[in-house]
Design a protein around this ligand. Sequence first.
Ligand code: IPE
Ligand code: IPE
Ligand code: MG
Length: 247
Amino acid sequence: MSQLLDKIDKQQLPRHIAIIMDGNGRWAKEKGEDRLFGHVHGVESVRDVVEGCAELGIEYLTLYAFSTENWERPGYEVEGLMELLVVTIRDEAETLHKNNIKLHVIGDMSMLPKHARDELAEALEITKENSGLNLIMALSYSGRWDLLNAVRIIADKVKKNELETEKIDQDVIEKYLCTSGFPDPELMIRTSGEYRISNFLLYQLAYTELYFTEVRWPDFRKENLYEAILDFQNRERRFGKISEQIL
Ligand code: IPE
Ligand code: IPE
Ligand code: MG
């Protein structure tokens, strides 16, 4: 049994953990390998962390796998990543299902190649009745895209007289973000020593605790996840109030 795991207070777990899985390319280059080699190994970390979250009873895990801006990478890397996505989803869908994990995807799916969309649709279908961990894959996602999309839907509703401008509040905005129905993450982890959000969940991270580690994503394992959770459990979340008000 892991010592770190024992130290985690199981009554104070974050309901939702979000991760920017970064550093695959550098990990590979440091080994004298092609960037895609890093992405392939990143899948092992995904497997381990998903298992770790499921074992702990975490309700939601969002993984930032591909950003809107990542489409601008060299063609061979984008194609390699899409292929990896298709193969991984195909190989893992049954395992997710066996472990009662429900898959979700957020992002601009219209950008994905059709065979990737089809593969995802099948995995979503297979896992849709599951009641364990909600695994949310952010693919072709960016926070600004999400907000823009929500604004367009809301504007359209106002135009069609289905919504009054005065009735637009935070609940309405949240309803049209693609994370609708998911609680905001309490903990956001970014690997590989970059200290930025890179257009991840811009609206949803308002009061999220941020955790940064130098560990490159392909080296990240359950133990690293436990470290992040323990760090989180030692934070005081004040939400704008003062210490004495938080009890
Ligand atoms: C994260 O690793 C995976 C994706 C963005 C798809 P990177 O590919 O960004 O790796 P680095 O940051 O270049 O090392
Ligand atoms: C963020 O990482 C996106 C994903 C991990 C999917 P990037 O590597 O694309 O971000 P920047 O370019 O370092 O900000
Ligand atoms: Mg990167």
